[in-house]
Design a protein around this ligand. Sequence first.
Ligand code: ADP
Ligand code: ZN
Length: 610
Amino acid sequence: MTDICTILNQELKRKRLKEVFGFDSFREKQEATLDAIMAGRDSFTIMPTGGGKSLCYQLPAVLMDGTCIVVSPLIALMKDQVDGARGNGIRAAYLNSSMRSDERSAVERQLFAGNLELLYLAPERLAITGYMEKLKKLKISFFAVDEAHCISEWGHDFRPDYLILARLKTEFPGVPLASFTASATERVRADIVTRLGLQNPLLSVSSFDRPNLFYQIEWKSGNEEMRILDFIKERPDESGIVYRSTRSKVDETALFLCKNGINALPYHAGMDNSDRKENQEKFNRDEANVIVATIAFGMGIDKSNVRFVIHADMPKNLEGYYQETGRAGRDGELSHCLLLYSPKDENIINYFITKIEDPAEKRRCMQKLFHMSSFCNSASCRRKAILNYFGEEFDKANCMACDICCGSAKIEDATRDAQILMSAMIRTGEMHPIDHIIDIVKGARTKRLAELKHDEIKTFGAGSHLSKEEWKLLFEHLCSAKATERISHDGNKATLTEKGRAILFGKAKFKMIRSARHDKPKIKISETPEHDESLFKRLRKLRKKIASAKNVPPFVVFSDKSLRDMSAKRPLSPFEFLEVEGVGKQKLEQYGAGFIAEIKAYLDDNPHIS
Ligand code: ADP
Ligand code: ZN
């Protein structure tokens, strides 16, 4: 008997997946959570950003009787999320403190009339006296707790407001609770399960890998703003974030980009609140392509078509770096993460860490900086390095989406040059500034060298094949790799470490990434069909027009992925339109005609395309 029911349920699930969301299949792990919810079981789902958490609760919300209540701390995102759900024909609304009281009453009327499938709720609502009692009058299909790590004091985003959620399981026994997070260490995970009082929950952990993100790391050689500009110019019209370490750098870089014709806006905590909000909103709505920001930017964004994230300064730790790069490519489309770093950046971070008073905290920060620095300096797969850091195995020999695996970073054996430089250092007593050492290897005829008789040492003039800048770069690399250690405040004097001696005496090799080729990587993510770029651009324009008219961000109308798929398939009938990924019934009804007309017009303008 159960078999028939199960089969019917399975069919219904897939039918609604296509009808409502326009997807043909579930992503790995989505279905398990969904099944648990529908079976009335608590669950705890750990999925990276962009993994598809919202579908895990939005689909059961549609399939089950009653209202699903989603608790989310990100008030700024609620509107976009609700607009997105409504765009798919889901009866959704939100309640939070940003609303006027008449707006709130209207939503509550709908809610208690049983007309909502999905309600987004800020946690502080639940703390209002009597609010839980009030909700008990409602048929609640299940609770979904988003960003569940906010309940843990061990996590990085603890919110006292979230503690009230501990009462959900006791106040609403029998109502399943599904909790979600993108980031949780073992300790935080255990804490979430205990605090929420989950009963025999389904635990689902997805890989943290983001296969559509391309990782690239480059040495900052000279002018990083020029490098950023070049990078952005290769990607006209694409959305991206540039992270800078200080407010003044944010302002400078934003100005520099604007002067060079890029539609860029600044964002940092020193700005006026309303200006900041406006810039974020413009970015969200594709009215500005690039946002230059400190790491203060990001918590409140859910923009799915961020195509690149540039870290123009070295981040303090890998946790932050991964979270920030994670804001790229939430729609699953290929996105690029470029990190520019220099030993100077590292020194600055190091300096701030030395000011930390708590010795344990200081040690932790040092440790993290050390990992960050080895990540930058290593010449092996970036993806593997990150995943291993977060305790996950990655056993593919080639990840196909990082500069190392794709061969865009040129790794060279620099042992010979390292030996020349370090030999000159040792022979002059490891006490002279690097410029002086470079003069020696370059064979400069200066008075100072002659006075010290440094023009008589063995490596004098042995390095004329490299420029002064190249020697300097090699020195920086040696310091980064801890082959040499700086001994002066300005960082210009250094001594050899044990590792350095091993290289000097031929017992170890020294490899470094000499120069990165700057071309766009030629990789393709999985099965993305060949799309038509000029049609894509036209469809993107139409999307923006529709979004402005409806006062929603463009990605709420269609994701980049849907537009790309559309430009590849060129649907000309409603039936064909439904074949596009992300197009369900509601989207067909709302936008089908407009987009089909645009595609027809495009084909008329370009008769050579069949
Ligand atoms: P998260 O909340 O985990 O960061 P989202 O729920 O925003 O991720 O989903 C990220 C993107 O993946 C969205 O653009 C969404 O439409 C898409 N997506 C989710 N599930 C699927 C699926 N089964 N098939 C195709 N795309 C999906
Ligand atoms: Zn790789």
